[in-house]
Design a protein around this ligand. Sequence first.
Ligand code: FE2
Length: 203
Amino acid sequence: MSTIYNLSRLRNFITAFAEVLDTNPTESELLDEGGKLLKQLVSTDDWLPAEYALPHPQYYQQYLLHADSRERFSIVSFVWGPGQSTPIHNHTTWGLIGMLRGSEFSQGFEILPDGTLAKNGDDIQLSPGTVEAVSPEIGDVHQVRNAFNDQVSISIHVYGANIGAVKRNVFAVDGTPKAFISGYSNTHLPNVWDRSAELRKAE
Ligand SMILES: [Fe+2]
């Protein structure tokens, strides 16, 4: 028996998100409007195909789900194995993080004038349906970890660029930056554009 995934949710999100960008919003309008759309997307966990929800025993996974044809935005599923965490890192563009399954913690950091790092705000816990934002304007450096040591967690991220190909940094705890290009864990994308099943059903 194969599971049917409701990929139309992702397709509709892509379309609606591109429409928001077409209005040339300010960053805060975009994070607000786009955040509402992402909240809607991650409030139902019936659409992410299993191959984009697979953890790796050693590394957290970042699967590309969609890249805008003009690379104005990209959508990834971020899959945490039990106990996995990111290094401290930046994004250099806006990002929205929506929790789909499980839970994660995000601790923000600020870079002080002397180049060292200081914690910025609380360690925020995200639960399914919660959305958080990052950007160079509002705080771009954080460290994220699976809240669970015994289960997989998955969040859906939207970024203002083709994030896997962005030159950015990871930071040592003393603030020393190291160049970083994340890439993606997958080579094939989900086919969100096959509407044939819906059309046949409607016949
Ligand atoms: Fe991040």
